[in-house]
Design a binder for this molecule. Structure first.
Ligand SMILES: [Zn+2]
Ligand SMILES: [Zn+2]
Length: 265
């Protein structure tokens, strides 16, 4: 099975799963290498605390890496919530701590988590999506702060009609420049299979965007389930591998010490 490079443990504010349980599940699924990427959303206003105690996290991860060394290779990652006004904070964080892999994600939009219905209130679904992609493009320019851009169109998981009315070409004036920024700066695009858990029937981003990225010359591509429980670790990875091959990819990417390594799909 493909290596899962995006999932969460109880170090994230929205997961109760001890890291050991995720690691045991990855071993049971036959994964040879994984990366835990717990949430750190600095200055994200939410009922859930999405900030990470980074020192405690890194210490625990280093211990787990040793404990499981003979059975699986554990890379130590983080999922950073990108926001323009905290870019100096994030740059400093990335300089201070040593991670193997950093995902940059757009979670809070104008201070609101689009997971909450209030994000969609008072405007059309298309306007709400357009604002999301506009902000997402601006954040993709924060290339000092991440290795891969996480779940790029994940807002459709929470849209009132989910992805029923979603056509990526409607947002191409944001999506295409974003993909070009990733390519020009040697950053990866993530294929996140969490979309299947939300019954979208597609990964995030969807096939059209994955194909466009490849056509534009994109080669760095990571794969993650975004699982918060063992049941979804590696979810639909067989399907993702087939989709990615259809989109023109032959390899996907894993990271160690923030350097990409290619593995066959
Ligand atoms: Zn995320
Ligand atoms: Zn995540």
């Amino acid at each position: 099975m493909l290596c899962d490079f995006h999932f969460h443990t109880s170090f994230s504010g929205d997961s109760d799963t001890p890291p050991e349980r995720q690691i045991e599940q990855a071993i049971a699924l036959g994964m040879e290498r994984i990366c835990i990427t717990d949430h750190h959303d600095y200055d994200g206003k939410s009922e859930i605390d999405f900030t990470l105690d980074i020192q405690a996290y890194l210490k625990a991860m280093a211990e787990l890496r040793e404990r499981f060394r003979s059975r699986i290779r554990l890379e130590i990652g983080i999922e950073l919530g990108l926001q323009r006004h905290i870019s100096d904070y994030l740059k400093e964080l990335v300089r201070t701590y040593e991670f193997d892999f950093i995902i940059g994600s757009s979670h809070f939009i104008d201070g609101i988590d689009p997971y909450l219905p209030v994000y969609f209130e008072g405007r059309s679904e298309k306007e709400a999506l357009r604002r999301f992609f506009e902000v997402t493009l601006e954040r993709a320019k924060m290339t000092d702060c991440f290795d891969a851009y996480g779940h790029m169109d994940y807002i459709v998981r929470y849209a009132p009609s989910k992805n029923q009315n979603y056509r990526p070409e409607d947002y191409r004036d944001y999506i295409e420049p974003l993909l070009k920024i990733l390519i020009e700066n040697g950053k990866a695009l993530e294929c996140n299979t969490g979309g299947y858990r939300y019954r979208l029937g597609h990964p995030n981003p969807c096939e059209e965007i994955l194909r466009l990225y490849r056509e534009l010359g994109g080669e760095l591509l990571t794969v993650g389930s975004d699982a918060h429980t063992p049941a979804y670790l590696g979810n639909e990875f067989g399907r993702a591998a087939e989709i990615l091959k259809t989109c023109g990819f032959r390899y996907y990417t894993v990271y160690h010490k923030r350097r990409p390594e290619f593995l066959p799909l």
